[in-house]
Structures are given as C-alpha cells and as structure tokens.
Design a protein around this ligand. Structure first.
Ligand code: FMN
Length: 270
C-alpha cells in the first residue's frame, strides 16, 4: 500500500502526516488492526515458538525478563477462559490464546537458591518494569504474527478475574496474567479495517508538552463516528469511550479491586 494511502487510513486524509522515510516494515506496522474473527484452521507447527522468539528479542529493562507466556490451545481451557473474560467468543475461536504473565516467582526462586532476598520486588517501580517488558515482548509477537499473515487481539479482560485465571493456569504466587492475546488466521468473510488514531498534532509534541486541542479532538470524534458507521459499530466517536470507560471504578469491569487481589497473590507495591 502506498505511503499516503496508509497514512490516510490511520489518520484520515485531512490529517496526513508529511511523508517521511518509508519501508515495508513501517507499512506493515501502519496496517495493524485488531482481529477478532478467525478461521478454525490450526496454525502451522512451531508458530507459538516463533512468536515467542520474536517476543524474547524485545528489549528488557536490565535484562530482568520478568515475564512469561502460556500458550493455550486446549479447547476446553479456552472455553473456560473465554467465560472469565466476559464471554469474548474470539478467545475460544482463536486456535492459539497466549496469556502474558508478570512473573516475580522466578526472581524469588533465584534469590532463595542463593540464600538472598530481593526486596526490590516489593516496589511499584518493579511492577512497572515487568509490565513494560511484557508489553514490549507481546507487541513484538503481535508484529511477528501480522508479518505471517495472522491476526491478533489483546485481551485486557484477562484481569477481570485474575485470581480465577491464576487457578486455571496453575500460576504460583507472585505471578499474574497481565493480558491475553488471541492469534489465528483472519476470517476473510469478516474483515476489520484500520482504526483511525488521534491526529499526530495531539500526540507528538516538540520540545515541550502542548495542551490538548478540543477542536482537534472533536474532528477525531467525527472521524471515529464515520469509521464506526462503516464497521456497523455503535457510533459513539472517541471522547464518549473515554468518558464511559474511565467514568469510575465500577466501569473497570471488576478490575477496580486489582490491588487487593494482587496483594493476596503475593505482590506488594510500595
Ligand atoms: C492491553 C490491551 C487490552 C485489550 N483488551 C481487549 C479485550 O479484552 N477485548 C477486545 O476485543 N479488544 C481488546 N483490545 C483491543 C483494543 O480494543 C484495540 O487495540 C483498540 O480498539 C484499537 O483498535 P486496533 O487495535 O484495531 O487499532 C485491547 C488492546 C490492548 C492494547
């Protein structure tokens, strides 16, 4: 796809970013869309391993590698997990469901074997390190999957019931599922389009932070309504999503008590 077309799909023709350097990798990145409709086909053997090799090639803060991933392919387990994530059908329909974990258990085991303590695990900073590393790794896997012609979608709802998910996956203490990821061959009969993003003027700041422009946001809302119309989705724009998803704790789909649950699972965050 030519550069101008790819940028127009991402931002809308009105907000085209000026043409900068371009190559096939960037073209693939710009064509990302979450895929929630899959063919039932099994993935080629070794797909999970290839995706995880891509994931492990991401940078890792101090190379601590505070994450793991569980590849779930058993239909019965995917079925149970799909119920724990608000009955999202794509979790059971995808041939591969990856569950990305924050894992402090391994560092703890290393410390125990050495007769040492690792109090650094008790700080929010270390949780940030783990989540950042897991996100970078998972995104590498997503990009790798897309380069193979596969589709993927993250499943943040895996945190709706982190304790029950931990039991389902036999997680040890100090280990929790931070997000899931469905992977499969996109069903061509149920295609998804590239979802427009905020104009770059609202995201890319030069030298110092600039306050948001409500006019630019209103224009983006209009573009999102157009996109939602084309996709047969509820036409609510973008701002209304922000307002409803972040309205209050109750809007967090059961994740408002995640701090208490993580404490019960052995995590402390000072
Ligand atoms: C961490 C994370 C969690 C997400 N959780 C879900 C989810 O539980 N279910 C779902 O259908 N999509 C989920 N998504 C997908 C987003 O809705 C999607 O990325 C966003 O609407 C932008 O669309 P696009 O990926 O097609 O560009 C999640 C995305 C991220 C990054």
């Amino acid at each position: 796809m030519p550069q101008t077309e790819a940028l127009a799909a991402r931002y809308g023709a009105r907000d085209l970013a000026p043409n900068g350097p371009w190559n096939a990798v960037i073209e693939q990145l710009l064509s990302h869309r979450s895929v929630r409709a899959y063919l039932p086909d099994a993935l080629p053997e070794g797909t999970a391993e290839t995706l995880v090799a891509a994931a492990q090639s991401a940078a890792s803060s101090s190379n601590l590698q505070l994450w793991d991933v569980i590849a779930v392919q058993d239909p019965a387990r995917k079925e149970r997990l799909s119920h724990l994530v608000g009955d999202q059908a794509h979790v059971r329909e995808a041939p591969l469901f990856l569950v990305w974990l924050i894992d402090f258990n391994r560092a703890e085991a290393v410390a125990q074997a050495a007769g040492r303590t690792v109090e650094g695990l008790e700080y929010l900073e270390t949780m940030i390190v783990g989540i950042a590393d897991a996100a970078l790794a998972a995104q590498n896997a997503t990009v790798a999957a897309e380069s193979l012609g596969l589709g993927a979608v993250y499943i943040g709802a895996i945190r709706n019931h982190i304790d029950q998910v931990a039991a389902e996956l036999a997680l040890p203490p100090k280990c929790f599922a931070v997000f899931g990821m469905c992977v499969g061959k996109p069903d061509p009969a149920r295609p998804t389009e590239v979802k427009p993003r905020l104009p770059q003027s609202q995201v890319l700041h030069h030298e110092q932070y600039q306050p948001p422009s409500l006019d630019e946001i209103a224009a983006y809302d209009a573009r999102m309504v157009e996109f939602q119309h084309g996709q047969g989705m509820k036409e609510i724009g973008w701002s209304r999503t922000v307002l409803s998803r972040l309205r209050d704790g109750a809007a967090l789909s059961g994740r408002d008590n995640i701090n208490d649950l993580l404490h019960a699972m052995g995590f402390q965050m000072r």
